[in-house]
Design a binder for this molecule. Structure first.
Ligand SMILES: O=C([O-])C(=O)C[C@H](O)[C@@H](O)C(=O)[O-]
Length: 422
């Protein structure tokens, strides 16, 4: 006789949390990043947590899907994926992209399904008294290494107070930022978000990092801001220096051309963002490392499928992040712990964040790694006062000036046309 655990209701709460003036190839982060917190209720008093994007189109699709989930068993994840697909079938905006800034064609069904799947895994774990990593095959590591995610940045938002990281617009400031991240969090790998300064300056910054941090794996990610010839020229200067070069140029064909001309492994979270991109990427030899992200690959189980495909075809696996809160960090940590093929330090925006919705004490960085939470489910608890406060903040700051990613303003119309800037 099997027990079911049925969904009695779903709450979706959009929140806004402060974000520094970080720069990337499409502009500057807004003063607030948006996320949606998903709570799945059951009649048994258990609540499951998920976290996802909060742009308006995505919120609308989340609500449409949530309405159809009541009464479903939290173990019926395959059926739930189909339900979400049905719920979105008439939604024009769901067909292609909801994330037209950095990620262009991931499936809206997978993006909408993901936070519900995570919340149901949280519930399954709570019901069984086991951590989510156990539901994914078991942790193969007790703690998960993350990389320092460096950004060129302004001292503060225009018209606002400077934040305590200050400005970072040259190689010395980038090195100082890296040193502070390593001192405070113990990171053992470093990624620089590029595509902001002219390529020659970004090469200088990477070489300055190399000199300052001997032996530390380094990555550079210009978010496809460079042409193929520029990418090849930069790659040749940084051979033997970078662990991988992420998305130097747009599209699989361009990436394949760069890959043919450099020995640096190319990584992506832009041109392989859905299952249908994997076969052409393999055929063309376009990427050597895929950055997974459960928020758009369709949750934790589907991210493990991605891992199996990468393993089979000889591609490495790393992990991407956007500005996120603790529910996402907990999910990322369980997933990475239970994914043997994920051998690179994962991305995280964590150090840039000053506000949170989960209770403190579980997600701590030691030597650049986060211990896999040991409690049942995700192992994190919602701080309801903080949730209410950040929801109020969301209502005050609204969706004004935001693009579909929900958190950044595009200042470079060239990116819209997908033409490289350099
Ligand atoms: O390529 C990446 O790593 C990202 O897309 C992560 C974020 O979007 C990053 O670029 C940011 O926060 O500006």
């Amino acid at each position: 006789m099997t027990n079911s655990l049925r969904i009695t209701g779903v709450r979706i709460t959009p929140v806004a949390f402060r974000d520094p003036a970080l720069l990337n190839a499409v502009g500057v982060h807004e003063p607030y990043a948006l996320r949606a917190i998903v709570e799945v209720d059951t009649g048994e008093g258990l609540v499951g947590l998920g976290e996802t994007y909060a742009d308006e189109g995505h919120l609308r699709r989340l609500r449409a899907a949530a309405d159809t989930l009541t009464g479903m068993d939290v173990y019926a994840l395959g059926a739930m994926h189909s339900k979400v697909a049905e719920a979105l079938a008439g939604d024009d905006g769901a067909a292609g992209s909801g994330l037209t800034g950095m990620i262009t064609t991931s499936s809206a069904v997978d993006r909408v399904f993901s936070p519900f799947e995570v919340a149901c895994l949280d519930l399954q774990g709570k019901a069984a008294g086991r951590p989510v990593s156990d539901l994914l095959g078991g942790a193969v590591r007790d703690s998960v290494p993350f990389s320092a995610y460096l950004f060129y940045k302004w001292a503060g938002h225009p018209g606002g107070e400077p934040d305590d990281w200050g400005a970072a617009l040259d190689p010395d400031a980038v090195v100082a930022q890296a040193r502070r991240m390593i001192t405070e969090y113990g990171f053992t790998a470093v990624k620089l978000k590029g595509g902001v300064r002219p390529p020659e300056e970004e090469i200088e910054a990477v070489l300055a990092l190399r000199e300052a941090l001997p032996g530390v794996p380094l990555r550079l990610d210009p978010n496809a801001a460079w042409s193929v010839p520029t990418s090849v020229a930069v790659a040749r200067r940084l051979e033997g220096v970078l662990e991988y070069l992420e998305d130097p140029t747009p599209g699989l064909a361009g990436m394949a051309e760069v890959a043919r001309q450099t020995s640096i492994p190319l990584a992506t979270n832009m041109c392989v963002v859905a299952f249908e991109h994997l076969a052409p990427a393999v055929r063309q030899g376009a990427v050597q490392v895929v950055l997974s992200d459960h928020h758009y690959w369709g949750g934790l189980h589907r991210s493990k499928q991605l891992s199996g495909i990468c393993d089979t075809f000889g591609m490495g696996l790393s992990m991407h992040s956007n500005s996120h809160l603790g529910i996402s960090l907990a999910a990322m940590t369980h997933l990475a712990a239970a994914t043997p093929h994920l051998t690179y330090a994962c991305d995280t925006h964590w150090p840039w964040k000053t506000e949170e919705v989960v209770e403190p004490g579980v997600l701590e960085f030691t030597d650049g790694s986060v211990q896999v939470p040991k409690g049942p489910g995700l192992g994190v608890e919602l701080d309801r006062d903080a949730l209410a406060r950040l929801h109020e903040q969301y209502l005050r700051c609204g969706q004004r000036n935001r693009d579909d990613t929900g958190y950044m303003k595009r200042t470079d119309p060239g990116y819209e046309k997908k033409s490289p800037r350099w």
